[in-house]
Design a protein around this ligand. Structure first.
Ligand SMILES: CC(C)(C)CCc1c(C(=O)O)[nH]c(=O)[nH]c1=O
Length: 309
């Protein structure tokens, strides 16, 4: 069996990659993913200026997953663009993902215009968990603002673009969000980002310092939510918009389930943070073993074909 895949017009030898935020802060971490069994990588979500992020401890592993409130620590847009342009010379046969977010609408447009004007020829992932104006929820939970933002973006941005989405939990929200996304030539949507504002307590204390311990939840806790978002959008979106599945992938079986729900690529966050890049080889081998046992030669043989009762 082969676990190769495609996103847009790009081919990848393997359908696994890191989730933005994990193993992607600098050239050292990105280089480790580059040289692993992963098919590609995505950068830490970059902002216009570098950011130190929130006070530590800001990331904590638990038995069933993780909680984080990193606060977008990153080395800044130019650092990641320079590295991506260098890789376009040293690895011309490979395609990489550039994750971005503006701390304001103006910043978002400034970032995307810089990408549009640059020689970057990979795929851009816009993080829609970005902050909105005070008093309003994150952009992806404000569909009117999301539609306005995407309308403005696609008036000038002509390169491959996808959006990283937080989980939705109401069927009506799946309907409303899909209606918005279907209006745009998106290359993909990525479901899901961490489940926002969870709280983990050990003994009598929260486990991270920022936000009185509130943070995004990842890992085993979130697989059912992640699979539901992947499949809900797979059922609703134009087939031209592919789905990247993120959330709760520990094993080849978990990845198999994401692909059954419609994912064309599978991202690994918490498990990669705990296990390191060797996780890509283990999980790839586990998925190949499942495919061989079931007689599936490629992921197209079972993508989106989850069975109903
Ligand atoms: C939550 C934001 C800081 C607005 C975006 C960055 C981000 C972070 C982060 O940098 O805190 N953590 C996540 O699990 N997902 C994210 O999208």
């Amino acid at each position: 069996a082969t676990t190769k895949t495609h996103i847009g017009n790009f081919e990848f030898e393997n359908c696994f990659m890191n989730a933005a935020g994990v193993y992607c802060y600098d050239r050292n971490e990105l280089g480790q993913v580059l040289n692993s069994q992963a098919g590609t990588f995505v950068t830490k979500t970059a902002t216009l200026q570098s950011r130190s992020g929130n006070p530590e401890p800001r990331y904590h592993d638990t038995v069933l997953g993780s909680i984080n409130s990193m606060g977008l620590p990153n080395l800044g847009f130019d650092y990641y663009l320079d590295y991506l342009l260098e890789l376009q010379k040293t690895h011309p046969d490979r395609t990489f993902f550039f994750s971005l977010v503006g701390m304001s609408t103006e910043d978002t447009h400034a970032l995307l215009k810089k990408v549009q004007e640059s020689d970057f020829n990979g795929i851009t992932e816009l993080n829609l968990s970005c902050p909105n104006v005070p008093g309003k929820p994150q952009i992806a939970y404000d569909l009117e603002t999301t539609e306005k933002l995407l309308t403005d973006i696609f008036s000038y941005f002509k390169k491959p673009l996808g959006v990283k989405l937080p989980p939705y939990f109401d069927i009506v929200h799946f309907d409303q969000a899909a209606t918005v996304f279907n209006k745009f030539p998106l290359t993909f949507i990525n479901c899901v980002n961490s489940i926002g504002n969870g709280l983990v307590i050990e003994d009598e204390s929260v486990v991270i310092k920022p936000k009185n311990g509130f943070g995004g939840i990842g890992g085993e806790y979130i697989k059912p939510t992640a699979l539901a978002n992947v499949h809900a959008f797979y059922q609703r979106l134009n087939p031209s918009i592919q789905i990247i599945g993120t959330g709760g992938v520990l094993t080849g079986q978990d990845a198999f389930e994401h692909i059954l729900c419609g994912a064309s690529m599978v991202q690994i966050g918490t498990t990669l943070h705990k296990e390191g890049p060797a996780a890509f080889e283990r999980i790839t081998n586990e998925l190949k073993a499942i495919m061989d046992k079931k007689g599936y030669k490629t992921i197209e043989d079972f993508k989106g074909k989850v069975k109903y009762l």
